[in-house]
Design a protein around this ligand. Structure first.
Ligand code: NAP
Length: 285
């Protein structure tokens, strides 16, 4: 079997086009665009690129996107003042604090200042709790993107064996909750899992969210599985690669996401979806 590639770039574009239409409807109904406010503290080069892309993507779909920059030596109080101001601003629907924050700033304290209703990253304990309870709320963007990719591949989740490798609060755990909500039988594997290869071989749906280049080998993949590779790593030669040995896994999987061009592009697209959802929920529809 040779796997089909799940084209995250194309699917992300489809999501953005859907959001653009819905934003136009929102504007017609409410007389203003949904607003996404991104907070960047410091000069980290990768964070500068990510935040600029988020601002640009929100403007492209017709939202009001704004990037707020604070210097690397900003105090925790200054960051909190900015976030609290955005929390109180009625025109702000989504607040995203770009991580990591500079050393010396308590990340948890800053994140906790983002109200659950504007938490478009889906990190707030209330949103995590709603997800865990199977109730509607704001879901972290990357997991949301993974579920859309599975839907686009037509992967049957009900009754399927799903294995999620990685148990972080922002990727592994929320993906596992979303798969469970779709009636998959879910195993969460991590660094202490015994015989990870055998666990992975059981998976009809295999999600890799580890952060270790090509750790998941081709013969760990079940024949006909759908493989979603969340990992973003660099090879010793400096090339981007995922957590899965994609070339080898393609001989066995039915569907697989490439890296780059798989899960990555879905994350910003789903951030836009979350901003629209937050705006609608705040305005009561
Ligand atoms: P993380 O917080 O570092 O979590 C990594 C998880 O992998 C942990 O649960 C860890 O287990 C597990 N793990 C580590 N080594 C392992 C091993 N040898 N065998 C089995 N499990 C192992 O990372 P994250 O934030 O979830 O991100 C995971 C990857 O996704 C990274 O490459 C990151 O760059 C990428 N990512 C991509 C996007 C995107 O948009 N595409 C978004 C977010 C993250 P323990 O809990 O036992 O330590």
């Amino acid at each position: 079997m040779t796997a089909q590639l799940l084209d995250g770039k194309a699917i992300a574009q489809k999501v953005r086009d859907e959001v653009r239409l819905d934003v136009a409807r929102f504007v017609a109904q409410h007389g203003r665009a949904p607003g996404l406010d991104v907070v960047l503290v410091g000069e980290d080069p990768a964070s500068q690129v990510y935040t600029r892309n988020k601002e640009k993507a929100s403007i492209e779909v017709g939202m009001r996107g704004r990037l707020h920059r604070l210097p690397a030596d900003a105090t925790e109080e200054a960051v909190l003042d900015l976030v609290n101001g955005l929390a109180d601003d009625d025109e702000v629907d989504g607040i995203l604090v770009q991580l990591p924050l500079p050393k010396g700033i308590n990340e948890q304290r800053v994140l906790d200042a983002v109200p659950a209703s504007k938490d478009v990253d889906g990190f707030h304990p209330l949103n995590a709790g709603l997800l865990s309870a199977g109730r509607p709320g704001l879901v972290p963007c990357t997991p949301r993107g993974c579920m859309r990719l599975l839907a686009e591949a037509g992967t049957k989740l009900q009754g399927a064996r799903a294995v999620v490798v990685g148990r972080s609060n922002i990727v592994g755990k929320p993906i596992a909750q979303l798969l469970l909500a779709q009636h998959a039988t879910v195993t969460i594997a991590h660094s202490r899992t015994r015989d990870l290869a055998a666990v992975c071989r059981e998976a009809d749906v295999l999600i890799a969210a580890v952060g270790k280049a090509k750790m998941i080998q081709g013969d760990w993949v079940k024949e006909g599985a759908t493989v979603i590779d969340v990992g973003i790593n660099r090879t010793p030669e400096g090339k981007l690669c995922g957590d899965v040995d994609t070339a080898a896994a393609m001989d066995r999987a039915a569907w697989i996401t490439p890296v780059p061009g798989g899960v990555g592009p879905m994350t910003i697209a789903c951030l836009l979806e979350n901003t629209l959802l937050a705006a609608r929920a705040r305005l009561g529809n």
